[in-house]
Design a protein around this ligand. Structure first.
Ligand code: GBH
Length: 478
């Protein structure tokens, strides 16, 4: 493989999310979110970890902006904690919380970095959950009002406005399997959440455009799943793929990009709901043109039709949870994928990213794309060399290298992918896995909160500043 170059306007960035890095959970007038409640509930997160302090980014954001600048990144993707700027999720806004993000945005611009903002990365104000959360249609309207205020406050300083991060996780992990906040395990609630999240997205896009005009770039980020049929020649296995593809991918792509829920999704879930919570006019609200579709990609899944004989396999990380994210899909089983794996147990398959981007282009030829998250957790070790702490995270460097190359292969096929964001800038609170799993290109020492560049950070700086991906045999960090 030879070196690969990217155009000078290709956006290299890194991503984080508010609850995963900020800390300052009770400071500056911030109200509680569902992740505060969930992480403080015994048994919900590994080691009982919470985001109370996290990376203390709330106090160290200036230092973090320096790191972003020194990495030579063109963009930084972060999320706004809704309950920091509007403690109850409706009603009063909190000027101190708004100032925090306004200062961060100014800091990024001064460093020559484009702010890519996500309005919702899973931390719903607790008060809204108490009123039904995403099962309550009113939450979508509250979200649109919050989005409007953010557009008024941050205005044209924001490069890309992303409404939601991975509504699949919010709906199916939050209300289906219960492994994420608010920890509910109700199939109907999960599907209501799907729709109200889609509606929230569409209403918010309209509000942002009303305030900022058509110059505002709008987006949604989806974690689209790449499903491989166990036996590609089996009609039954292909049917299983279609079923989970409808639930996980087309339940969002359909309404957002085509203005309709897929007919097979409605059919497959008829035992759970008649979808009467979809009201007249909702789909018109949802299907707003998008300047860019954000895609988060980590790994692939292998699925098979389950005949009902023997034990159904569930190698998808949900086998121990009380509920399932795979609503009305008891006839689908998830088989273990061949390795190699990351520390999350997710298989590493860069070609899945190429396949995903190409298939999106085939379905939506005019839709510009951006990879808004990609990265990996590995067990990092710190070594001291000549008095300097180093992390030789060769596996992460090679993971990032191979996925950037996979993105490049999609571009070679003519796919319009405009940027790549490494997850994550910093080690952080990895949701149900707490601080045990490290995704950062910068290490965080959770005793001292010191930041240490891993080799992957040095490697990424070179990519971002030269627009050139070195050949495979040359992944040295220098
Ligand atoms: C993203 O979620 C999040 O946006 C980010 O906050 C998080 O830190 C990061 O990735 C790393 O986890 O769930 O067993 O079916 C990604 C969540 C990961 C959910 C892969 C679906 C498939 C395996 N996705 N997962 S499973």
């Amino acid at each position: 493989m030879s070196a690969r170059s990217f155009p000078s306007d290709f956006l290299w960035g890194s991503a984080t999310a508010s609850y995963q890095i900020e800390g300052g959970a009770t400071e500056g007038g911030r109200g509680p979110s569902i992740w505060d409640t969930f992480s403080h509930t015994p048994g919900k997160t590994l080691n009982g970890d919470t985001g109370d302090v996290a990376d203390d980014h709330f106090h160290r954001w200036q230092e973090d902006v320096e790191h972003i600048k020194n990495l030579g990144l063109g963009a930084y993707r972060f999320s706004i904690s809704w309950s920091r700027v509007q403690p109850g999720g409706s009603g009063e806004f909190n000027p101190e919380g708004i100032r925090f993000y306004s200062d961060l945005v100014d800091g990024l611009l001064a460093a020559g970095v484009k702010p890519v903002v996500t309005l919702y990365h899973w931390d719903l104000p607790q008060e809204l959950e108490d009123a039904g959360g995403w099962t309550n249609r009113e939450t979508a309207h509250a979200f649109a009002r919050y989005a409007r205020r953010m557009a008024e406050e941050l205005g044209d300083r924001i490069d890309v406005w992303t409404t939601l991060n991975e509504p699949w996780c919010t709906a199916y992990l939050g209300y289906g399997s219960g492994v994420h906040a608010p920890g509910r395990t109700e199939p109907l609630a999960a599907l209501q959440a799907v729709h109200h999240l889609n509606l929230a997205h569409g209403l918010a896009v309209q509000q942002i455009r009303e305030v900022l005009g058509d110059s505002a770039k709008t987006s949604i980020t989806l974690n689209l799943h790449v499903f491989r049929p166990d036996d590609p020649s089996s009609e039954a296995d292909l049917g299983a793929v279609r079923k989970v593809d409808a639930l996980a991918n087309r339940a969002f792509l359909g309404p957002v990009l085509e203005g309709a829920y897929p007919a097979d999704l409605l059919e497959n879930t008829a035992s759970v709901t008649d979808w009467s919570f979809v009201q007249d006019g909702d789909l018109e609200h949802i299907a707003q043109p998008l300047d860019v579709l954000g895609v988060n990609y980590y790994s692939t899944a292998r699925v098979k039709h389950f005949s009902g004989e023997g034990e159904r396999q569930q190698a998808d990380g949900h086998k121990n949870s009380a509920g399932t994210p795979w609503i009305a899909a008891d006839d689908v089983e998830f088989l273990p994928q061949p390795g190699p794996y990351t520390a999350m147990g997710w298989n590493i398959e860069p070609a899945g990213l190429t396949d995903l981007l190409v298939s999106l282009r085939d379905s939506y030829p005019d839709q510009p794309l951006m990879v808004t998250e990609n990265g990996a957790a590995f067990e990092d070790t710190v070594v001291t060399e000549d008095g300097v702490a180093r992390v030789h995270d060769v596996e992460r460097v090679s993971y990032l290298h191979d996925h950037v190359d996979a993105l490049g292969q999609a571009r070679d096929k003519g796919v319009d992918v405009r940027g790549y964001f490494a997850w994550s800038l910093l080690d952080n609170f990895e949701w149900a896995y707490g601080y045990d799993r490290r995704f950062g290109i910068i290490r965080v020492d959770y005793e001292t909160l010191e930041r240490i560049w891993k080799d992957s950070a040095h490697w990424y700086r070179r990519l971002a500043t030269t627009n050139t991906l070195p050949a495979t045999d040359d992944v040295s960090p220098a």
